[in-house]
Write a protein that binds this ligand. Structure first.
Ligand code: AMX
Length: 435
């Protein structure tokens, strides 16, 4: 922990100096024009936030501290014998800006193990929730139940100094990331299985342990695909719904548990994290409708035409920012080609990849006809026996906790203030636009 704090503290000095310089010497400099369209259409592409952990490029996809996901997957420490980067190593990278050594990663995994025990009140809260409750609702409620032990809130009440905010935010961030797989696995087991699964195992890395606790597959490949998935989904800039929600809530100095509980409610939306669940549902429906026919480009083109004609979107394709195939999709595809290319569902995913971008491209309306990560993730989970698509957004949430927590620590570290954009009535917008 001391090494981690030392690294954050050193980078913090540079970043705070940079922030102060920007405010002092360039505070009035114009970087973009705000148009009526931006004001109405969800502030899309308006540069109004600061997030240092990751940056989304419309063609190259997300980078973690300037490293593309391909580089991250190559350069970050792996599990013994594994080829996918460890997500906790990505957490370290996002927090410190540095690739951790194997030794640092192992120590960090142990740090998370030490923080992983979930208080009884949280499990009692979970027990009181009807099992038909959506797993994302259960997860968000559990994050709020954990809030009782927030070190940030306790320190705030005790009068901590502003300069200490980040340290207590870090404490909560590490606790939350350590505990969320335990809570998420408990949600899975109570909702979809008869009872508790395999116990927490401190000999495993963070992702392998989560995969193991789900109790659906004890093979090494499932652990490896879970590492890949949790690394790939860890962060996606600050403007997406769940990160932005968490940032906004955190900007009121609500502690990291409040922030992530709120963020999760956004992640649960069908245009954001829930797309993951909808994609697999759509793929399984296509598979059923094809009645055993081999999925070909022609068949899929026709099927997608019918989906569009029925006024529906094609899940897993398009993106608010990306204008290329999502690198996360490519990395999952590479994994699938290596480990499960004969899976009938992979062959369907592959046929979609051949057919749908061309079709959506021809229609002209969709700004990005290419697949996003959700078009693939479900197939991988399904293949390794995690079949309940209602649960998929929870896996996403376990992963994204990493990025959002890193962002939360940094928002406090560089002293970002309460967020308060200006809204205007449509009439005022009309006056502003025509004056
Ligand atoms: N199928 C059919 N139509 C689509 C489409 C798709 N996959 N993607 C976009 N369109 C349509 C839009 O609905 C919109 O139509 P409208 O003008 O009649 O309202 C038009 O194309 C232009 O939209 P856009 O600017 O290209 O996309 P957007 O930024 O408004 O929305 C997104 C982005 C992701 C919501 C949209 O592409 C979509 O609904 N995709 C399917 C759902 C999905 O895969 N979501 C996952 C997103 C990734 C994530 O956050 N996990």
């Amino acid at each position: 922990l001391a090494t981690l704090k030392g690294k954050i503290s050193a980078l913090m000095k540079e970043q705070v100096a940079l922030k102060n310089d920007l405010l002092k010497n360039h505070g009035d400099t114009k970087i973009q024009d705000v148009t009526v369209e931006m004001a109405i259409n969800g502030a899309r592409s308006m540069k109004t936030m600061v997030t240092d952990t990751s940056d989304l490029h419309e063609v190259n996809g997300i980078s973690y501290r300037g490293m593309s996901l391909y580089e991250v997957n190559k350069k970050l420490p792996k599990a013994p014998g594994g080829s996918c980067a460890l997500p906790e190593a990505a957490f370290w990278l996002l927090l410190t800006g540095e690739v951790p050594t194997d030794l640092e990663t192992r120590a960090f995994t142990d740090e998370l193990h030490r923080r992983s025990s979930v208080p009884a009140n949280v499990m009692a809260t979970l027990k009181s929730v009807p099992i038909e409750t959506h797993p994302m609702t259960q997860l968000s409620m559990c994050m709020l139940a954990l809030q009782k032990d927030s070190k940030f809130s306790a320190a705030y009440d005790a009068g901590m100094k502003k300069s200490e905010y980040w340290e207590y935010a870090l404490e909560d961030a590490l606790d939350l990331v350590a505990k969320i797989p335990v809570v998420a696995a408990a949600i899975y087991r109570r909702t979809f299985k008869d009872g508790p699964g395999p116990a927490y195992d401190t000999t495993m890395d963070w992702a392998a342990n989560y995969a193991n606790m789900l109790g659906v597959n004890d093979g090494e490949e499932f652990k490896e695909v879970t590492r890949l998935y949790l690394m790939l989904h860890a962060d996606h800039e600050g403007g997406n719904v769940s990160a932005h929600t968490s940032h906004l809530v955190g900007s009121a100095l609500s502690d990291p548990y409040y922030a992530w509980a709120a963020g999760l409610c956004g992640l649960a939306g069908p245009l954001h994290g829930l797309a993951n669940q909808e994609c697999l549902g759509w793929l399984l429906q296509v598979q059923k409708d094809l009645k055993g026919q081999t999925p070909t480009k022609e068949l899929l083109t026709q099927y997608a035409e019918d989906t569009l004609a029925a006024g529906k979107v094609i899940p897993g394709f398009g993106h608010a920012v990306l204008r290329n195939t999502d690198p996360r999709y490519i990395l999952e595809r590479e994994f699938a080609l290596k480990h499960c290319q004969n899976d009938p569902l992979f062959q369907l995913v592959d046929a979609c990849y051949q057919a749908i971008p061309e079709l959506l491209g021809k229609k002209g309306k969709v700004k990005n006809p290419f697949p996003n990560v959700d078009a693939h993730s479900g197939q991988l989970m399904h293949f390794y026996n995690l079949k309940e698509e209602n649960y998929y957004t929870v896996v996403f949430a376990v992963s994204r906790a990493i990025g959002v927590m890193a962002q939360t620590v940094w928002a406090r570290a560089i002293g970002l203030p309460i967020e308060r954009p200006k809204s205007v009535p449509l009439d005022t917008l009309k006056k502003l636009a025509t004056k």
